[in-house]
Design a protein around this ligand. Sequence first.
Ligand code: PLP
Length: 367
Amino acid sequence: MDAAQLRAAFPVLEKSAYLNAGTCGPVPAAAQRAAVEAWRLGTEEGRGGPFYERLIGLSDQLRERYAAVLGADALDVALMSGTSDGCGRVVAGLRLGPGGEILTADDEHPGLQGPLIAARLHRGVKIRAVPLAELPGAVSDNTKLIACSHVSWHSGAVAPVAELSKVARARDVPLLLDGAQGVGAVPTDVAELGASFYAGSGQKWLCGPVGCGMLWVDPAWLDRLDAPTPAYRGLETPSAGLSGALAPGARRYDLPSQDLAVIAAAVAAFDVLADAGLAELQAVAIARAAQLAEALRDAGHEVVPRGDSTLVSWGVDGGDDEAVGLRDRLLEQGIVVRDLPGAGRLRASVGAWNDDDDLHRLVTALA
Ligand SMILES: Cc1ncc(COP(=O)(O)O)c(C=O)c1O
């Protein structure tokens, strides 16, 4: 990885200490160019055959890229609008009914909590939440799904995935990992993780546009997960009419439509990272996040206990209001972090594209 070359790929880094990839990654100029070209094609040449051929070809390319970062077969990867989409499709598609329980962690993101609330309201499913680290010991005979983050968006703690997947497999209970803060940021080989489903975002650590993401489905669960919206891409032969079959593999879960600009920009962004070496980028980012956590602790901040991840959160005296105020004051100085509502915390997301100066600017501005 050439650090200077990597930084130069992201225009926002010229003026900002951009530490917000956990919300949305920095957008590489190459992704902007790809999106503009997609819109030029549609606007100037119309959205006819060539436009759709390009959309289909690039969708396949994006699926292959997502499969590569997950260490998976492209056949087992569906294209989503983001992590929430993938989580929702799994929770809704598992045929869970009254009395069954979904076990989850107590600091999950609304993108996972929403589908859980809907399962409780619409299907009478019981939801039980425990601390992320305690999940493996909390699985009960009544647990029909374990659904939790790979990496907690609040603390940056990493779920005890090895233990959890072992318990899940022993009981034939599916394990859904919300990988919004996982994929692109930390190693995400799905065979090693041992989950049944892995949902991820394209716009965060993979630096794509908003509106792209993935869902990996273990083939062992394909027949037990309903496909709610199979459309053109989700059918084996779209022209077969009502006698048609669902597409083989996870393509049946694809969201029904996506804009060419989104797909093209997602592929271009991915390639910027892949050219630099995804595994190396992850290792650098994890090390740099640890460096920031230490610097914040040294400066007297209360860093929330975390894991080997790319997120660093710390408490702000004065709670939520003060956290929002501080976030905005940092923004005025060109330092982009987010607040975590309800927790009185700020969170910095550290990528391999961040340099020492970005971290120093944050620590100094907080002094
Ligand atoms: C842990 C977690 N899950 C889900 C989401 C939602 O992701 P998306 O916007 O891709 O649906 C986020 C985004 O912030 C997140 O941090």
